[in-house]
Design a protein around this ligand. Structure first.
Ligand code: PBG
Length: 327
């Protein structure tokens, strides 16, 4: 057979396949979401997220050592307070759960890079991501509170804040408040294109943050829309976002690609709780090879243009990258 072009030449063995990989990634590009709860001596598995835990602040050394052992040194923190009210006051309490967790991590390991989720839904008694006026989330009233929350995280030592509420103008409001308090150099990772997704289900169980009534479609994006994601990103860039996030990841790879093509900013994808829980459930049922599906899913997200991946599989993926199975 006279074939001058034989793509298989570059697939002959693992050495050549790894040489010509188009998509490269490293543990440095991973961030690991973790949940902190009140109490002591707690490392309790989260039923909706097998293999993930609720941590009490005194367990920080165990958590941090584990992450570092895998080569993961970026965390995304969520706090689950005991006290919830209408205005999420526990979210900006200087001695709140998240503020104490930040201080404990930084005291134990100053090199651990701490990103905090800035939102109100875990802290409000109604479970919505903002202040209510009647049954509506009041955008502009919410902005003031978000800025206060972000500032309290940075004052506790957070390296970066990540607003996930989808209020209009939140990046500008947070930027202004941080700057006014001398935190000009603290970056904002904006959950810029965050969809109203059923894939957040397991997280809401884990964080106790399901809305008590209604849903989040009045602020999070409609899954039918992709151009609107670009509009959201445009606004966040104008308002001073430093990194843009698309969330969820796998069902929105098209959006990720468009965002990666259009902006010079680093692009982050969040492989959310439902994406993780589905793989876990399918693997537990013996339907798929968990390790290979985890790897292939992560590769897809990077191939679609992500520079950064936030994932509950961060520790296992870091190992896979170091071994060369991916990356
Ligand atoms: C807070 C927030 C949510 C997630 C991240 N930040 C939940 C939501 O918007 O309902 C979801 C993360 C996940 O599902 O893993 N607003």
């Amino acid at each position: 057979m006279e074939l001058t072009k034989r793509p298989r030449r570059l697939r002959g063995n693992s050495s050549i396949r790894k040489l010509v990989r188009e998509t490269r990634m490293s543990p440095e590009s991973l961030a690991y979401p973790v949940f902190f709860v009140e109490g002591e001596h707690i490392q309790r598995e989260i039923p909706s997220l097998p293999g993930q835990y609720h941590w009490s602040v005194d367990k920080v050394p165990v958590l941090v050592d584990q992450c570092l052992a895998h080569g993961v040194s970026r965390l995304l923190l969520f706090g689950i307070p005991d006290h919830k009210d209408g205005c999420a006051s526990a979210a900006y309490d200087p001695n709140g759960i998240i503020q104490r967790a930040i201080r404990a991590i930084k005291a134990y390991c100053p090199e651990m890079y701490v990103i905090t989720d800035v939102c109100m839904c875990e802290y409000t008694d109604h479970g919505h991501c903002g202040i209510l006026t009647g049954s509506e989330v009041d955008n502009d009233k919410t902005l003031e509170v978000l800025a206060k929350i972000a500032l309290s995280h940075v004052e506790a030592g957070a390296d970066m804040v990540a607003p996930s509420d989808m209020m209009d103008g939140r990046v500008a409001a947070i930027r202004k408040t941080l700057d006014e308090h001398g935190h000009q150099t603290t970056p904002i990772l904006s959950y810029a294109a965050k969809y109203a997704s059923a894939f957040y289900g397991p997280f809401r169980d884990a964080a106790g943050s399901a809305p008590a009534f209604g849903d989040r479609q009045g602020y999070q994006m409609d899954p039918h829309n992709a151009k609107e994601a670009l509009k959201e990103c445009d606004l966040d860039v104008e308002e001073g976002a430093d990194i843009l996030m698309v969330k969820p990841a796998l069902p929105y790879l098209d959006v990720l690609r468009r965002v990666a093509d259009r902006y010079d900013l680093p692009v982050c994808a969040y492989a959310v709780s439902g994406e993780y829980a589905m793989v876990k459930a399918a693997a537990a049922a013996g339907l798929i090879d968990e390790y290979r599906v985890m790897c292939e899913s992560a590769v897809s997200v990077y191939r679609a243009g992500a520079d950064i991946l936030i994932t509950y599989y961060a520790l296992e993926l870091a190992d896979a990258m170091r071994k060369g199975d991916i990356g």
